[in-house]
Ligand binder design. Structure first.
Ligand code: NDP
Length: 279
């Protein structure tokens, strides 16, 4: 499943919508100078500018306090030129991540991490939903992978990937199992999966013997190694799976494209247009 190709299509659609909407703004806050986070921010900004969304790059020192970050978030909440706000994680240890996420105006919460959006997704109501799970669902749809009635297994239960993805799959009428670090006999679950998603961060952990013949396998994992970016799915899984996403070029580009789509969605909602939600 070619995420790069689908992401290009999504970005084209976003560019058209952005032109129709006029001025759009996406603000990111990066606290500290984590090199991986800097790369992500750079990619997000480049993609935003390419589709005509103005990127606002807020940098705060690594020793910022929670109050410093909350104050910056408050100013962005009040800035009418800003449609979407994203606080890049991980935050330095001294910061209260939950408090920061809850401070973002829910209507501008393009990462879908505010408790209101988390709750709305849980209820199956229109919400801003994290971009990575949206990207996974879009890829499965693009390749005609049947979700209704399918058995789906998500390995990983983070707030940003595993949990919201399990919700989206449930809303799409899959029967969903969520696995994590305390799951015993992982294979007992995964071998039953028509759709298997790995969102862990352990290179090559999903080997062929964990995959059901003919399954659709989505590799969310990204680990930086000397040999480049590596996913959670071992290449041997390709012998068994009917569909597989590559790393790089799978979920990664879809995450950025769906973040831009969320920014347009937030802008349309803020302008009082009836917009379609992600879920
Ligand atoms: P987290 O570290 O927040 O979550 C990892 C999850 O994997 C946890 O739920 C953890 O379980 C589970 N886990 C850890 N070890 C095992 C194991 N041995 N067996 C089964 N489950 C295990 O990571 P994220 O969700 O933020 O990210 C996951 C991966 O996806 C990372 O590689 C990240 O870089 C990548 N990523 C990629 C994106 C993209 O655009 N492609 C976007 C976001 C993330 P427990 O809850 O018990 O600790």
């Amino acid at each position: 499943m070619d995420g790069k190709a689908l992401a290009a299509k999504v970005r084209e659609r976003v560019a058209q919508e952005a032109r129709a909407l006029g001025r759009l703004g996406l603000a990111t806050i990066l606290v500290g100078d984590d090199p991986a986070s800097e790369v992500y921010i750079r990619h997000k900004h480049a993609a935003a500018e390419e589709v005509g969304i103005e990127a606002v790059d807020i940098r705060l020192p690594a020793d910022s306090t929670t109050v410093d970050v909350l104050e910056r978030v408050r100013r962005l909440n009040e800035d009418d030129a800003v449609d979407g706000i994203l606080v890049q994680t991980p935050l330095p240890d001294q910061l209260d991540e939950a408090l920061v996420q809850a401070a973002v105006e829910p209507a501008k919460d393009v990462d879908g991490l505010h408790p209101l959006n988390v709750g709305l997704l849980h209820l199956g109501r229109p919400a801003l939903v994290p971009a990575t799970p949206l990207g996974v669902m879009a890829l499965l749809a693009e390749y005609g992978v049947g979700i209704e009635g399918a058995r789906a297994v998500v390995i990983g239960r983070s707030q940003i990937v595993g949990r919201p993805l399990a919700q989206l799959l449930t809303h799409a009428n899959a029967t969903v199992t969520v696995c994590h670090s305390r799951t015993v006999e992982l294979a007992r679950n995964t071998l039953d999966a028509d759709v298997l998603v790995a969102a862990v961060g352990l290179p090559g952990m999903v080997t062929a013997d964990l995959v059901k013949q003919g399954a659709a396998v989505v590799d969310v994992g990204i680990t930086r190694t000397d040999a480049g970016l590596v996913g959670d799915v071992d290449p041997t899984a390709a012998e068994v799976a009917a569909f597989l996403t590559p790393v790089p070029g799978g979920v990664g580009p879809m995450t950025i494209a769906c973040l831009l789509e969320n920014t347009v969605l937030a802008a349309r909602n803020r302008r009082g247009e009836l917009a379609v939600s992600g879920n």
